[in-house]
Design a protein around this ligand. Structure first.
Ligand code: CA
Length: 222
């Protein structure tokens, strides 16, 4: 899962980035509205954390621009304690949720998980496909009821594929969900992680379309 963090306050930005990375998200951080607008025009993010008071272009303008392009990426706005009017404007402009400064990182993490679940069409917190069950809130993985330990990046691959069963994700799309801008992308890393996932969850669980990408088969309706 890849998150764009838009925050001009360095202290808040750094602490949010650190805590989200610890949770296994790929995080890209920009500190002004125009950079945010440019990043969202050019690249895919699973979610955006958007401060409203930004230099250059305000958070609301960034949000209007995003929704104006019919881009429905979930957006959580970050507002000041006394900014009730801002919260309302943000929600009216198409934000999915908001947090009020100063916010608790655990609360922010819960709101992120809930927005990601809603946007992927899964109201249920757990997803199960072919005997493999994941809980995006706890990142717990079970196969046929038995708990399986995946690394953060193996988990990122499994979650991205399980959220859209049947859809083929290219190597670049998987890398986008695993790495932020600052991270060095190891060559052949995807193959290595896929190998690990297959070893733990079954050789047929993740399928490969040569030269195109990877997918998890969509279960037959019963
Ligand atoms: Ca600000």
């Amino acid at each position: 899962m890849r998150i764009l963090l838009v925050e001009d306050d360095r202290m808040i930005g750094e602490s949010v980035r650190t805590s989200l990375r610890q949770d296994g998200y790929a995080v890209d951080w920009v500190q002004d509205g125009r950079s945010a607008d440019a990043a969202m025009s050019a690249e895919h993010f699973d979610l955006v954390l958007l401060d409203l008071g930004l230099p250059g272009m305000s958070g609301l303008e960034v949000l209007h621009s995003l929704r104006g392009r019919k881009n429905s990426t979930p957006v959580i706005v970050i507002t000041a304690r006394d900014g009730i009017e801002d919260r309302i404007k943000g929600l009216d402009a198409g934000a999915d949720d908001y947090v009020v400064k100063p916010f608790d990182v655990d609360e922010l993490a819960a709101r992120i998980r809930s927005s990601l679940r809603r946007s992927s069409g899964h109201a249920e917190p757990e997803i199960e496909i072919l005997g493999v069950r994941i809980n995006p809130a706890t990142r717990e993985v079970r196969k046929d009821g038995k708990k399986i330990m995946l690394s953060a990046r193996e988990y990122a691959i499994v979650e991205a594929l399980m959220l859209r069963p049947g859809a083929i994700l290219s190597r670049a799309q998987l890398e986008e969900r695993m790495y932020g801008w600052g991270d060095e992308i190891e060559s052949n890393a995807i193959e290595v992680y896929i190998h690990g996932v297959r070893r733990k969850l079954g050789a047929d669980f993740v399928q490969n379309v040569r030269g195109v990408g990877y997918f998890i088969p969509k279960p037959e309706p019963t």
